[in-house]
Write a new protein. Structure first.
Lengths: 335, 290
């Protein structure tokens, strides 16, 4: 336990001062991300947009599960709340699409914080259970009669796709891609700032040794419930983006399987890793398609097998695998 | 008043199903301190096997017991192949693997048997027993079957050598190994038994909710609530909790908030019990030493 804390602390402080290579890598990724929509067909652009949205949601869940060690099987509920806040604001109040994001984030921050308060008393498995219950109950709650004037009941809400502003020569898909890219970059920079310093170390300390963390003067209760709130905020903003991009929200798109695929994305992408959220987003978006092409009949079965195999073969996820590969390559070139 | 009693009795019948599944959860929890998220889907898959056997022309009870055998063997295989290698890994890893199993069983059922909703036969007569108007035969049968399962398990764990060995292995693995109990196999047997008990729950509930790959997700939630309410380390408590949740859910659903919000009752119960009294009504309080 102590060893892993130490190792984490070292890697964290390594992330504190981004090396030249790392900055170059990030610049290259961003450059590719900016050029791609000019080359790809609209459908692919749409898929990449969704992958970025998942990455934002996964970064939120990763703060909670990866860094802070609280297992949530219910983040689909926060994604749903974000999506519905955006859809209702646009549909009923004519709020412009970009203004719905902060609103969705704020609502989810509050709801997540409130859900995090009782969650303080729950450890590991029990928290997983409680959040699992939340995920299973979400579609029913969204269909509730008394709120169906707002939520549209089973039918859900249809949203109009926004056009590019300022007469930019972009089609709506390309514009939404760039809009999402900008939001994603902002969210990742904020998340990186949050996790690289004091707060990030406090979260990891609470995960690895809660009692030791308390003796060091970390207010575990406050940190844990705040993490729940911030994590829900990230996922809620992703949900709002998702609603805008898909142009549709309905209760049955937010089943327990959404929550499951979010948790899967975090684990497969790499726990306690910011890059892990990026890999996880790509995985969540594209692997179901790949699984679909392997077996038309049971893509989810392939998904399940990948998941279990990943747990045995690559417990630190894609990000961990890439990191090991990177270190090996570097030590070879330095020699 | 008649409506009230009707709801109570159908709640007891549903509660019997929750109690069986809760019992399966508790059996695995006692042995390994894990909560099996795939328990519901395993039960669902077993029920499909029973359906296929009945379609193949087997009489109901033959199919019933054959399914129990298959579920038992399947549970052992899952423990040996998938769960065993995880011994000693983090809670998160275990939860992820359970979720993987859940997804695989759900997808396999849809793939092999299609997502079309099927009817499942009940072994009990259609007419209400003794001409009463409160409870149907199937509902009465479900309650009876649950109680029989409970008594059999009680006798097994209390009065047989194997049952004692399984309890010892769950209670204190190290000492058990020293007196010659094969702890690994006891855990596998526990998984087998839990899978079989879950299969009973599946076959009992299928005539009521109809057979489809997602039939168990709600029921698993009620079973969780029941197990937590009764105390997740106490089998009799879990059975009581299952029945209590069944009645509560039916009454609240019928008279207070309406049927569409029933699952939220389970959510509220789970969060409520965990926050107010995490050990449940009859469970032992867990004290951790620093």
């Amino acid at each position: 336990m102590h060893d892993s804390t130490l190792k984490r602390a070292v890697t964290l402080s390594g992330a504190q001062r981004p090396g030249k290579e790392r900055m170059l890598l990030i610049a290259a990724v961003l450059l590719v991300a900016c050029v791609l929509p000019l080359l790809l067909p609209n459908y692919r652009i749409f898929q990449l947009t969704l992958a970025m949205i998942y990455a934002v949601a996964l970064l939120g869940l990763n703060m909670l599960t990866g860094y802070n060690g609280q297992i949530s099987l219910g983040h689909g509920a926060f994604y749903a709340i974000g999506a519905y806040v955006a859809a209702i604001l646009m549909d009923k109040f004519d709020v412009p699409y970009w203004a719905t994001l902060p609103a969705a984030g704020l609502v989810c921050l509050v709801v997540g914080f409130l859900f995090g308060l009782p969650a303080l008393r729950l450890e590991g498995l029990y928290l997983a259970l409680a959040t699992f219950a939340l995920a299973v109950a979400t579609p029913q709650l969204l269909k509730y009669k008394l709120i169906d004037d707002w939520t549209g009941g089973v039918q859900g809400i249809v949203i109009i796709k926004p056009d590019a502003p300022f007469d930019l020569p972009l089609n709506p898909d390309q514009w939404l891609y760039y809009f999402t890219l900008a939001v994603t970059v902002v969210m990742f920079v904020l998340g990186w700032n949050l996790l690289r310093g004091r707060i990030g170390r406090a979260l990891v300390a609470i995960r690895d040794h809660p009692i030791a963390a308390e003796t060091m003067g970390i207010n575990a209760a406050l940190y844990k419930s705040l993490t729940f709130g911030v994590s829900a905020m990230y996922t809620g903003i992703a949900g709002a983006l998702g609603a805008i991009v898909v142009q549709f929200v309905a209760p049955d798109s937010f089943t327990v399987f959404l929550s499951i695929s979010l948790l899967v994305g975090v684990v497969v992408g790499g726990l306690a890793s910011i890059w892990g959220a990026v890999f996880g987003g790509l995985f969540t978006q594209f692997i179901p398609n790949v699984a679909d092409s392997i077996s038309k009949a049971a893509p989810w079965a392939i998904y399940g097998v990948v998941l279990i195999a990943c747990m045995y073969l690559m417990p630190d996820g894609i990000a961990g695998g890439v990191r090991r590969l990177w270190l090996r390559l570097r030590s070879r070139t330095n020699r | 008043m008649e409506a009230f009693w009707h709801q109570v009795f159908s709640g007891l019948a549903a509660g019997g199903v929750y109690a069986s599944l809760a019992l399966a959860l508790v059996m695995i929890y006692q042995a390994t301190h894990l909560v099996n998220f795939a328990q519901g889907e395993m039960a669902m898959f077993s029920t499909y096997i029973a359906w296929a056997l009945i379609q193949a022309g087997l009489p109901y009870w033959a199919a019933f017991f054959l399914t129990l055998g298959i579920a038992f063997a399947g549970g052992i295989v899952i423990e040996r192949v998938v769960i065993r290698p995880l011994a000693g890994s983090s809670v998160l890893a275990v939860v992820i693997v359970f979720i993987g199993l859940l997804v695989i069983f759900n997808a396999m059922a849809g793939w092999i048997f299609s997502y079309i909703v099927k009817t499942f036969p009940s072994p009990f007569p259609a007419a209400a027993p003794f001409g009463n108007k409160y409870i149907g035969s199937h509902e009465l049968g479900v309650i009876a079957v649950t109680l029989i399962v409970l008594v059999l398990l009680y006798l097994f764990f209390r009065h047989t050598k194997l049952g004692l060995a399984m309890r010892a292995a769950a209670e204190n693995p190290v000492s058990s190994r020293l007196v010659g109990i094969r702890v690994g196999w006891m855990l596998a047997l526990g998984w087998g038994l839990a899978a079989a008990v879950g299969a009973v729950a599946g076959m009992m509930v299928a005539p009521i909710v109809f057979l489809d790959p997602n039939m168990m997700s709600g029921i698993l939630l009620y079973a969780f609530a029941g197990a937590l309410l009764g105390g997740i380390d106490n089998p009799a408590g879990a059975v009581f909790g299952g029945f209590a949740v069944g009645v509560l859910e039916n009454l609240i659903g019928a008279f207070v908030i309406g049927n569409e919000l029933k699952l939220s009752v389970a959510l509220a119960l789970i969060v409520g019990v965990l926050v107010v009294r995490p050990q449940g009504l009859f469970g032992q309080r867990l004290v951790t030493r620093v």
